[in-house]
Ligand binder design. Structure first.
Ligand SMILES: C[S@@+](CC[C@H](N)C(=O)[O-])C[C@H]1O[C@@H](n2cnc3c(N)ncnc32)[C@H](O)[C@@H]1O
Length: 312
């Protein structure tokens, strides 16, 4: 167990004390490259599952330090983007910086091999750009100068439509009514669902927002997020120490294994399109598990990342 997370957990009980700690990075959304990679990775897997239409209305849960993944979706042809977070990590300055970087990456058709998911390499051209998905014809239209200017203006004026483009940052979002029922074509999250405690409610809400036949795509990261020395060391921690670690933080990790996500997704009416898992066997041994996790399956114990796509 690392000491830092315990100290941060204890400090969170003192109002304002966490403000004294250095601001932490929330994923990879503070860089244009990170957003470009994340969007293209999800898009490639969607394609491999037969979802070949760029969504008109795109919604993201937990965008993190910028709204860059949504901007990448807009630059690929989406027109409406809703971003929902519980904390306002992003601001206009970082959003514009990430957006300008994304425009350059798309204009250059920058290569982005999807590390770790080789089953979608077939969509890459010889320059490692997914031109079989984002065709020249499509990008000529989506990257037209006047369209780029409208997206930029929509970033500076969140919530105000600029022609066909609308970007809304709903933060903190408190209930499902922040988005109109059945209005979203594609729902996206990257390294977010491992943080949400109310998973059943969340999947129910996502179902409500999606149009009939709408799609959701999630990458769920079961790594310890720097809490413990071993990647799944949090399954060794007893419940009293865990309560201290969580403290009064807005979110930490929910520790729910992949099988819980899959069960809830199906229980809430979705059809699973894909369930790509990555495994690690270098974590803690079964004999080290805290009593809460004694009966966990081998699959749940060793699954470190899951890529789940499902259809309403
Ligand atoms: C690890 S960051 C990931 C950020 C970004 N998606 C990325 O891949 O870089 C986790 C994000 O989930 C958000 N989050 C945590 N709990 C949430 C909740 N209940 N609903 C929506 N977002 C949440 C956090 O505020 C943060 O933006």
């Amino acid at each position: 167990m690392k000491l830092g997370p315990i100290v941060r957990g204890l400090l969170s009980f003192i109002p304002g004390a966490n403000e004294l700690l250095p601001k932490r990075k929330n994923g990879s959304a503070d860089s244009s490259e990170g957003c470009y990679y994340d969007w293209l990775k999800h898009l490639g897997i969607l394609y491999s599952n037969g979802v070949t239409k760029i969504p008109n209305t795109f919604a993201e849960l937990g965008p993190g330090d910028s709204l860059g993944v949504g901007f990448a979706a807009l630059l690929s042809g989406a027109n409406v983007y809703y971003a929902m977070d519980i904390y306002s990590h992003a601001n206009t300055e970082i959003n514009l910086k990430v957006f300008d970087g994304l425009v350059e990456l798309f204009k250059a058709r920058a290569p982005r091999p999807w590390q770790g998911f080789p089953n979608i390499d077939e969509y890459l051209d010889e320059n490692l750009f997914p031109s079989k998905i984002l065709t020249e014809e499509l990008l000529t239209a989506t990257l037209a100068n006047d369209r780029i200017q409208r997206i930029r203006k929509a970033i500076e004026n969140l919530g105000t439509p600029q022609g066909e483009i609308l970007i809304e940052y709903k933060v903190p979002y408190m209930n499902s009514s922040v988005i109109e029922k059945e209005s979203v074509d594609l729902l996206f999250s990257n390294a977010v669902l491992e943080h949400i405690e109310e998973l059943d409610f969340t999947y129910k809400t996502l179902y409500t927002w999606l149009k009939p036949n709408g799609i959701m795509t999630h990458l769920i990261d079961f790594d310890c997020h720097n809490l413990t020395k071993q990647w799944n060391g949090y399954r060794k921690i007893n419940e009293i120490l865990w309560k201290i670690l969580v403290g009064k933080k807005m979110y930490l990790i929910n520790r729910q294994p992949v099988s819980v996500h899959l069960d809830l997704i199906q229980k809430n009416g979705f059809k699973i399109l894909c369930n790509l898992k990555k495994y690690r066997t270098d974590g803690i041994k079964r004999s080290e598990l805290a009593s809460k996790w004694k009966n966990i399956s081998d699959d749940d114990l060793t699954c470190v990342v899951a890529f789940i796509q499902a259809q309403k």
